[in-house]
Write a protein that binds this ligand. Sequence first.
Ligand SMILES: Nc1ncnc2c1ncn2[C@@H]1O[C@H](COP(=O)(O)OP(=O)(O)OP(=O)(O)O)[C@@H](O)[C@H]1O
Length: 280
Amino acid sequence: MQHVEKHPILSVESLRKVYGAGAGAVEAIGNLDFTVARNELICIVGPSGAGKTTFLRCLSGLLAPTSGQVVLEGKKVEGPPEGMAVVLQEYSRSLYPWMTVYDNVELPLKAKGLPAGERRTAVTEALGAVGLSSSTKAYPWQLSGGMQQRVAIARAIAYRPKILVMDEPFAAVDAQTRAELEDLVRDLWQRLGVTVLFVTHDIDESVYLGQRVLVLSSAPTFIMEEVRIGLPDERDQLSTRALPEFARLRTQVYELIQQAKLVTYRTERPVAGEAVSHSV
Ligand SMILES: Nc1ncnc2c1ncn2[C@@H]1O[C@H](COP(=O)(O)OP(=O)(O)OP(=O)(O)O)[C@@H](O)[C@H]1O
């Protein structure tokens, strides 16, 4: 049973996305319906090809849904929403190599039109929060992968987003760095009170990070199940992962994903000539 928040910051309402039209149409999202409460940390997992990228593109206003809508803070998303920051897996492609760490973090704040003094405070605080105060003058290519991803996170939080969307952000870093970055996300989430929507392939990561995990079906995507994560708020990599409840939850999510690979959501096939506003 889907939990419905009273005052959600984000509502995904009967979202459906069909690529193309006619016989060659691909229904990527069958029906997505869920809400995210303010200050929530929600994880989304699903089998490969489930439609996560398609969903994130609709969420960030880069792709128009075939039907349904995404509403952020009461406003229908029709283009990149101002209150959203996105951190991607490919940190090396999301930072400008010719700009220092400081300038990379400052760039979106300039675009937002923030005065110089406020920019300085926001950049300094954000780089401090991710532990990079001493690397402000470095260039991204002088940093390790994990540090570059910290820069991308600093840039996102300096922007003071209403919602921070993370798309498999740690898939390209080593296991130890990944654990550190997971703890950084929980720490920033608790300290800054930002809403986080975290998409991952990693079942353990979703259980370790989230308050709720949404398990997606194979495409055409719908929500197979929502798993409440009743682990204590104070989590750490050793003791939390050793809890019997952690093992129970990861087994539950794992089994759901196995089922997800077998289940297909049945919606009406799109009719020939059905309009699809944007294709990528
Ligand atoms: N531009 C497109 N045109 C046609 N079909 C597409 C397009 N983009 C994605 N699809 C199809 O939509 C479905 C969902 O793809 P999507 O990339 O959203 O899944 P994903 O969950 O992000 O995949 P992965 O986990 O492997 O990254 C797949 O069947 C895919 O082939």
